[in-house]
Design a protein around this ligand. Structure first.
Ligand code: G3P
Ligand code: MG
Length: 247
């Protein structure tokens, strides 16, 4: 699988409400072919594209927990106007609708299995993984998580799916142990904690390196030369070269 150089974070979160259909659509229109989206389950088990444990920040629903909502409750939320009144009436995006939207546009997906406190990794993986692997061809899918149990479960359930390991702090010295155990395709570090030694080791081992969340192209530039494969950015157009712009 060849990863694209640029992946839209939570869709295209600089330009549309994060993790929504509008964000996927805005990414596609800007020429961004891959998006990162977060997935979690509602209380009734419906997988939805959502980042937080609650709905306070990105909807008009107040501090309600996602796991206390059914899909009917969740569909009543306005998940667009918090971002800009142009998006008033935007509805929560189910995983199934996200997959349809990506397929309709020929886009790739880095799906982050998001484990909010109290959520069950096995339930999330067993619900989500069969849906995504049957909807998207392998070359347009990369599944990642901070949660080791979720990644272990994903690998047990599917021999072939490409897995990415998210690290929120420095890449640990024993990263090869994680990579071998999970047969991971990629490592996804927070770029502010990047360390040259680890980057060299990863490149030597031919592990793809996908950095998040990179919104400062000039400060980040030296890391491309070290062999970073892809960045996840709120606004990938910041990294566009002249050839990206004329495509
Ligand atoms: O997948 C990269 C990035 O999305 C991880 O952090 O909190 O934005 O989901 P977060
Ligand atoms: Mg994420």
């Amino acid at each position: 699988m060849t990863l694209p150089r640029l992946i839209g974070h939570r869709g295209f979160s600089a330009h549309a409400p994060e993790n929504t259909l509008s964000a996927i659509d805005a990414a596609a229109r800007a020429g961004i072919n891959w998006v990162e989206l977060d997935v979690q389950c509602l209380g009734d088990g419906t997988p939805v594209i959502w980042h937080d444990a609650h709905v306070a920040r990105c909807s008009d629903g107040g501090p309600t927990l996602l796991r206390d909502l059914t899909i009917d409750d969740a569909r009543r939320l306005d998940v667009g106007s918090w971002f800009d009144e142009r998006f008033t009436g935007e509805r929560i995006l189910t995983l199934d609708d996200a997959l349809d939207a990506l397929n309709a546009r020929g886009m790739g997906l880095n799906l982050e299995l998001k484990l909010s406190t109290g959520h069950d990794p096995v339930q999330l993986v067993e619900t989500v993984l069969p849906r995504v692997t049957s909807a998207l061809p392998p070359e347009r899918l990369l599944v990642s998580s901070f949660d080791g149990d979720a990644l272990d479960c994903a690998r047990k359930l599917d021999n072939d799916v490409r897995l990415g390991i998210l690290y929120d702090d420095k890449i640990p010295r024993d990263w090869p142990w994680d990579v071998e155990r999970l047969r991971a395709f990629s490592v996804h570090p927070n770029w502010v904690h990047l360390n040259q030694e680890r980057v060299i080791e990863l490149k030597r081992a031919e592990i793809s390196l996908v950095c998040y969340t990179v919104n400062e192209p000039d400060r980040f530039a030296p890391w491309w030369e070290q062999g970073v494969d892809a960045v996840i950015s709120d606004d990938p157009t910041l990294f566009f070269t002249d050839s990206d712009r004329t495509r």
